[in-house]
Design a protein around this ligand. Structure first.
Ligand code: PEP
Ligand code: MN
Length: 337
């Protein structure tokens, strides 16, 4: 941390800042320039609240030089993390495609979709059983029945499965059925849930909150990592901005920024980001070109009658076209699908 102090500050007040830094566990290196006194506060303390120093008399500014997260940071671990899900590796040279409906609706639906996505090259089947809906009157998911059907479809077609956990009390139930826990956008700040998932052996896909900065997103990942679970996948799913043309704004640059700041693998979810099926293929191409490690898309054979997110579900033919196109894009950047 670097503390910039007014050079005209009386000596005893400068000493007061230094002793405050010492009291908080920092060693201080002082250098005096033409206009400012620069105090180098040495010692990495990810949880330190820099406002404690910013508010002291004579302090002009305080800059962090280490991130507030540690375990999620590239500085802490330079080599990329590969998250293993059964025989699948997320974060390696192969881009993993996750596909399926927004919600598990019935056996026929999930079986049909599992067969389609498997035949087109997806590795992981998605499907919500507990849905965090914006309206309490919307379909909330089939609950345990949905989990059973998702597992059954995954097992039948040789697909791993991912489903969302929305509250801590569902942990044991969902852990029985899923290969990956999904933490949705609305729960990125649910710290008790994150702590609980830190104690799990199963991988966690952490979606970015709709108004979360990248550092806040990585701080949430830190909760899971600090709990002892190293298998975290970040997922960019669009953020809220001033523009309302689409469902959200797909922050493609988050893929490169997350890779720069963190060693954790990144997944891109263009479905929730743009919200309309005709825009998913170009955005999926862009996410692959930007270096995503995994891609998650919603697919439905009868989206007009889907119980949630029908407008953004790709039809099977569109999903097939998407797979053909992203395979070509992957080659250009030395990856495969
Ligand atoms: C979902 O994946 O179905 C979902 C609810 O996503 P998000 O949390 O990104 O809105
Ligand atoms: Mn959805």
């Amino acid at each position: 941390m670097v503390v910039v102090v007014d050079k005209n500050l009386p000596q005893e007040k400068v000493e007061k800042i230094i002793s405050e830094l010492n009291r908080n566990g920092f060693d201080v290196h002082k250098s005096t320039g033409e206009k400012y006194i620069i105090l180098g506060a040495l010692g990495v303390q990810p949880g330190f609240d820099i406002r404690k120093i910013k508010m002291l008399e004579g302090v002009i500014d305080v800059f962090r030089i280490t991130e507030p997260y540690k375990l999620a940071s590239r500085r802490f671990k330079a080599e990329k993390t590969i998250v293993k899900v059964n025989d699948i590796e997320i974060g390696g040279n192969e881009i993993v495609v996750i596909a399926g409906p927004c919600s598990v609706e019935n056996e026929n639906q999930i079986m049909k979709l599992a067969e389609i996505i498997k035949s087109l090259g997806a590795k992981i089947l998605r499907g919500g059983a507990f849905k965090p809906r914006t309206s309490p009157y919307s379909f909330q998911g089939l609950g345990e029945e949905g989990l059973k059907l998702l597992r059954k479809a995954g097992d039948k077609f040789g697909l791993s499965v991912i489903t969302e956990i929305i509250e801590p009390s569902h942990f044991e139930l969902i852990e029985k059925y899923t290969d990956i826990f999904q933490v949705g956008s609305r729960n990125m700040y649910n710290y008790p849930l994150l702590r609980l998932l830190g104690a799990s052996k199963k991988p966690v896909m952490l979606k970015r909150g709709m108004s979360a900065t990248i550092d806040e997103w990585l701080m949430s990942a830190e909760y899971i990592l600090a709990g002892g679970n190293p298998n975290v996948i970040l997922c960019e799913r669009g953020i809220r901005t001033f523009d309302t043309s689409l469902r959200n704004t797909f922050d493609l640059s988050a893929i490169v920024t997350a890779h720069e700041k963190s060693h954790l693998p990144v997944c891109a979810d263009p479905s929730h980001a743009v919200g309309y099926r005709d825009k998913i293929i170009p955005m999926a191409r862009a996410a692959v070109a930007a270096g995503t490690d995994a891609l998650m898309v919603e697919v439905h054979h009868d989206p007009d009658n889907a119980l949630s997110d029908g407008p953004q579900a790709l039809l099977p033919d569109q999903f097939s076209e998407l797979m053909i196109q992203i395979k070509e894009i992957a080659k250009v950047i030395g990856k495969k699908i």
